[in-house]
Every structure is written in C-alpha cells, then in structure tokens.
Design a protein around this ligand. Structure first.
Ligand code: FMN
Length: 383
C-alpha cells in the first residue's frame, strides 16, 4: 500500500510493530470511549464550503512563542516512542526540524535529551512530569536547559497512571514478569523487520533520561515500575510555583480540560495551556479535547497561548481546532504511526500530508491565511 493518510500509516504500523508496542501506542484507557470521542467529535464539526475568494496563495505558516512555523503543529511528547524505530526520537526530531515544526521530547523517551540534541540543530521542546524525586526533577530541568530546550511542557493529567486494558492483554503491563517477558519476546519474533531494526540494532532499550538512576541493565519492567512509583499524586498548583520559578522560558501546562484549571494555569504565570485528555489515555469518559476547547479559549485566549491535542488525524482537524480557538495543535499517535511505518521518511511524509490537507481545507473554506480561520468557517448549529 502507498500510504495516503494518517490512517494508512496506522495500518502499516500495525503490520510492522510487535503487538505489545502497537497496542501501547494505539490504545486508550478503560473502554476507550474518550479515545473514540476525540476523533468523532472532530468529524461532527461541519466546515462551510466557500467559493470565489482568491485562494491562489494559501499560507499555513504561523508564529508560535516567537518562532516561525510552517504550520501550527507540534510533535507531542510520546513515552518510549524511540522503540518504534531505531533511536526513534532522534529521527522524529530531525523530521520535525526539516519540516519546520517543533518536536517535544518526553521525560520517558528512549533517547536522552543529550542524544536528541546531538542529532539536531534547532532547539526542541521538553516535557516533564512531576516526579516524586525532586532532585531528579531539578536535574532534568538543568539538563533540558543545557541541551538548548527553551519551551517546557509540564504534564499535569497523569497524577496516577490510568488502566489500559490493551496493555494488560498484550503482556506490556499485565501478568507475571515471566508471562510478560515471554509474550513480548514471542510477539517480537514474528515481526523480524522491527526485531532487527530496533531489537538488535536499536540498543540500548532504556529510558535515556532515567537510565542513570536505574542502572544500564534495567529492562522495560524496571522502567515501568519506576514510572508507576514516581508519579506524584500529591501535586497541587502550589507545587508548580517552584517549576515556574526555576524555568525562565515559556512554560506550557499540558492536560487542561476545564476552564477553571486554565484559569489556575494563568494565575501561575504559565505562558500556555494544552487542552488535552492525553489522547484518551487517562480519564475515560472525559470530554473530547475539541469539545472542551471553546470554553477554555474564551476564558484565557489573549493572555495565554492555547494549544490542543487528542484526536488530530488530518489537516482538516487542525483547521477545525484553529477555528474553535486553538493557536496550534499537537499530534501524538499520527507521528508515531508514521515513525513505526517508515522511520524518519514516514514522519516527513505525514507532516507533508497534514500540511497539504490543511492547505486544501483552507482553500475550499475560502481562507488564504490562518487569520481567516475563525469560527465563521464552521456551520453554527454544529458548534
Ligand atoms: C503512546 C503514547 C505515549 C504518550 N506518552 C506521553 C508522555 O510521555 N508525556 C506526555 O505528556 N504525554 C504523553 N502522551 C500523550 C501525548 O502527548 C498527546 O497528548 C496525545 O497523544 C494526543 O492525542 P493523539 O494521539 O490522539 O494525537 C502519550 C501518548 C501516546 C499515544
């Protein structure tokens, strides 16, 4: 198959990845109702077709936190994304750089901040969780700064990890250690292209930023339990003040789904919020991000940058999010499917696809630039 859409890359990823890894990327929390809603609520938003409005030059470019981007899109932080292709985060960061959009590295990435820094020329974003070990947290902030990261994304919607049935069934997180390890081994053996590229040539398989805490020999199970033990459920807005004080660049709070919380983020002095339900991976039953967006944008837009993720699968979705008040969006699964399917080239291709879809959607909705993309381009009764 010659992939033409994000869904095609998903299909290629499903064929190439061992089951435990595909289910980890693709799955959501509990019954996955929020995961499904994230996508279907976008499709419910009806675009107005407009004609004869001189759209000979459609410009998808924008400025975000003073940076010029080719389109209003950022590669979202995705934990252990680097296992989807050999040293995967470095490849995705290079693809983002080539295509003129920012890449955000997860705390729990396979490649460390230093490795990604060495593989790229432009600054990337860094995402941090509130880790119980505050020494590690401060050290991570320093490392990110030294690696040239200017934007800090602080994720707040994971005080405890949620339950993902697919991870239990696949052997990623369920059953005894022996069952998990044998399931993962067998699933890897029947995917020889992945097993060779990542399993054999992609070592080390550690979490690059955390490896020194756990030792080089730690495997995926040790990292998993470190993560589970180290998320801090006691965190409050007060705790975040320390982070605000120690980070002088833009601070972006990720995982906001309620206008009251967006207000708290503004009071903290954050520069932006990401309207997000973690891609439907945390509170199943929560609203889709796109449904939550208008109230949040109404409350804080103008004072803060409003970003959105969860459910973006096409350039049309980017345009819809923009119309409802997002300054830019992040994509998670879309870039990871592409990385798994065709490595760096895949990520470049998906970014081209999204940009082209945006351009076409803007043209057919009569918008020559992003400033024309307002609520006016949506049919009112569906908004
Ligand atoms: C496999 C996977 C791992 C993720 N890991 C992280 C992470 O380490 N940190 C974080 O802030 N968000 C993480 N997220 C959430 C993404 O940053 C983003 O919010 C989500 O993927 C957006 O939804 P989408 O996949 O529908 O685009 C992860 C998402 C996925 C799919």
């Amino acid at each position: 198959m010659i992939p033409a859409s994000v869904y095609d890359y998903r299909e290629l990823a499903r064929k190439r990845l061992p089951r435990f890894l595909f289910e980890y990327v693709d799955g959501g929390a509990f019954s996955e109702s929020t995961l499904r809603r994230n996508e279907s609520d976008f499709k419910e938003l009806i675009l107005r077709q407009r004609v004869l409005r001189d759209i000979s030059n459609v410009d998808t470019g924008c400025t975000l936190f003073s940076d010029e981007l080719s389109m209003p899109l950022v590669l979202a932080p995705v934990g252990i994304a680097g296992l989807n292709a050999r040293r995967g985060e470095t490849l995705a960061a290079q693809a983002a750089e080539e295509k003129g959009v920012p890449f955000c590295l997860s705390t729990v990435s396979a490649c460390s901040v230093e490795e990604v820094r060495a593989a790229t020329a432009s600054p990337f974003w860094f995402q941090l969780y509130m880790i119980k070990d505050r020494g590690f947290l401060q050290e991570m902030l320093t490392r990110a700064k030294e690696a040239g990261c200017q934007k800090l994304v602080f994720t707040v919607d994971m005080p405890v990890p949620s339950t993902r049935y697919r991870d239990i069934r696949s052997g990623l997180s369920g059953g005894s250690a022996l069952r998990r390890q044998s399931a993962r081994f067998l699933q890897s053996m029947i995917k020889p292209a992945w097993a060779w590229d990542v399993g054999v040539c992609g070592r080390p398989h550690s979490l690059g930023n955390v490896a020194h805490v756990l030792g080089k020999r730690a495997g995926i199970d040790e990292f998993w339990s470190w993560m589970a033990k180290n998320f801090d459920p006691s965190v409050t807005w007060k705790t975040l003040e320390q982070i605000r004080e120690s980070w002088d660049g833009p601070l972006i709070i990720k995982g906001i789904l309620d206008a009251e919380d967006a207000n708290e983020a503004r009071a903290l002095g954050a520069d932006g919020v990401i309207v997000s339900n973690h891609g439907g991976r945390q509170l199943d039953g929560a609203s889709s991000s796109i449904k939550a967006l208008p109230a949040i944008a109404e409350r804080v837009a103008g004072d803060m940058t409003v970003l959105l993720d969860s459910g973006i699968r096409s350039g049309l979705d980017v345009v819809r999010a923009k119309a409802l008040g997002a300054d830019a969006v992040l994509i998670g699964r879309a870039w990871v499917y592409a990385l798994a399917a065709r490595k760096k080239q895949g990520v470049c291709e998906v970014l081209d696809i999204l940009k082209n879809e945006m351009r076409v959607a803007m043209a057919l909705a009569g918008c020559a630039s992003l400033s024309d993309v307002t609520e006016e381009i949506l049919l009112r009764e569906k908004v």
